[in-house]
Design a binder for this molecule. Structure first.
Ligand code: NDP
Length: 244
């Protein structure tokens, strides 16, 4: 049975990954800041898969010492991790640089770039023990292109793109596979977070477009993880058919 640690499991793509991988007999370490959400997800998964083993870990990926300590002090039974899904992330603000908010920039850089690095560095010692070790980095179409007012978010996802390539090279001697999964538009709470709770504005982003949902991404991750040891999928761009 493989163990997967998922950051950002309390919502959207992370929740879909947890549910999808639970159905495939993975043991789950569910991480995010909102503990109640994680506990509710655990109960929901257990109602469908009563034998699924689940460990809930409250984590703010922006805090290195806390992240390291949470991972180092995992119960013994959870100290052999096979898969890390670096999924926690956000976009905030959608303004030109000259109008950008410093707090928004800090939150995006701290979460999407530094947080991904902090979790990865903390988890690698536990991944090294697995013969099926794999890191999945959730990037974005925003890491491949730049769109109007996407500036800092796009920069953070371009950084994820670079880090994914760098990790693949650096971790090769450790036998750890590394894959970037880069989605286009996925309907989650992402847009609501971007517009700071303005639900109408958030919904308007999806108007007239059939977007992806979290399960579309989770199924692809499940496929990536199911490849034999000698096959690695380095980089995937997954778009809604209707998105330009
Ligand atoms: P959601 O807003 O639904 O989920 C984001 C998750 O990240 C939540 O579980 C949230 O949990 C977690 N998170 C945010 N900040 C932190 C933090 N500081 N510490 C720990 N966890 C944190 O969005 P998505 O599911 O859509 O986003 C998941 C990933 O997919 C992100 O990296 C995003 O950039 C990427 N992506 C999304 C796209 C989309 O259109 N939705 C498109 C391309 C990429 P909590 O608040 O409980 O901490």
């Amino acid at each position: 049975m493989r163990t997967v640690l998922i950051t950002g499991a309390s919502s959207g793509i992370g929740t879909a990954c947890a549910e999808t991988l639970a159905a495939e007999n993975y043991r789950l370490i569910l991480c995010a800041r909102r503990e109640e959400r994680l506990k509710a997800l655990k109960l929901n998964i257990l109602s469908k898969h009563p034998t699924c083993e689940i460990h809930v870990m409250v984590l703010d990926v922006r805090r290195y010492e806390e992240t390291l300590s949470a991972i180092e002090t995992l119960p013994e039974a959870w100290k052999n991790i096979d898969v890390l899904i670096n999924n926690a992330g956000l976009s905030q603000g959608l303004e030109p640089i000259q109008d950008g908010d410093i707090g928004d920039w800090d939150r995006m850089i701290d979460t999407n770039v530094k947080g991904l690095l902090y979790v990865t560095k903390s988890v690698i010692p536990l991944l090294k023990k697995s013969e099926l070790a794999h890191i999945i980095n959730i990037g974005s179409i925003a890491g491949k292109e730049v769109y109007p007012n996407g500036n800092v978010y796009c920069a953070t996802k371009h950084a994820v793109d670079s880090l994914n390539k760098a990790m693949r090279i650096d971790l090769l001697p450790l036998g750890i596979k590394v894959t970037a999964v880069n989605p286009g538009m996925v309907e989650t709470e992402f847009s609501e977070v971007r517009f700071k709770g303005d639900v109408d504005k958030a919904k308007s982003v999806y108007a007239g477009l059939t977007t992806l949902n979290g399960y579309d991404i989770a199924e692809i991750i499940s496929f990536v993880l199911s490849r034999p040891a000698h096959v690695n999928i380095n980089d995937l761009l997954v778009m809604p058919t209707a998105q330009a």
